[in-house]
Write a protein that binds this ligand. Sequence first.
Ligand code: NI
Ligand code: MN
Length: 252
Amino acid sequence: MRLLNSKPTLFCGRDTVFLPTSKLAGMKFTFYGHATFSTELNGKTVLFDPFITPNEAAKDIDINSIKADFILLSHGHGDHVADAVAIAKNTGATVIAAPEVIGWLSKQGIENVFPMNHGGKRAFDFGTLKCVNAVHSSGMPDGSYGGNPMGFVITFGEKSFYYSGDTALTMDMMLIPRWASLDFAVLCIGDNYTMGYEDAVEAARMAGAPKVVGVHYDTFGHIVIDKGLARKAFDEAGIELLLPAIGESIEL
Ligand code: NI
Ligand code: MN
């Protein structure tokens, strides 16, 4: 059994010995609205799918205050890349995305980039990143081709999580337990453009996630959900659903 959110102690006579906590400590997770969030892993901040300035609900978030060592983009849609160029310039972060998304960034002067594609796995300072399938579409804001949309599985030490990106429920999610024993998953739950919360429950089961952070809901009219029903669906499945407020940080 893994000890994640407690500070483990060993008692040796009168002395209390604290175990190294690098692999055991909780991970800081900050939600910035829509499908934008950051995680802190191994002292590195990873920002996902930055869409803040066009999001009225996130108007209290100042993108100039956001730190990032890495920016991961799941696909090219505007509601996932809107602030990528500005934040990449501000922070000097390395941007990881599909080669076609990287091409769009390069045209805008972003040089610190790392292209990856489906099935690829690579070790970075923040952990090992594996790019997995997402069933969706991907075009860039300027109309150029965005390649195929991705999800990400990240593992650092004993900590693993899955971010689905925008996707339908797909049997491909059943592969995830072969690669990682998840602590949690970040799943879209808003329906219409992606899976809704009912399918996200099934996605969590397939991927083996005991906890889910719901994203990609309530931002626009088409993806407004009944959060009470979403909680009930996850409760009935015995899976914890977390819906942090915009700007809120939680430990996972
Ligand atoms: Ni999309
Ligand atoms: Mn989207």
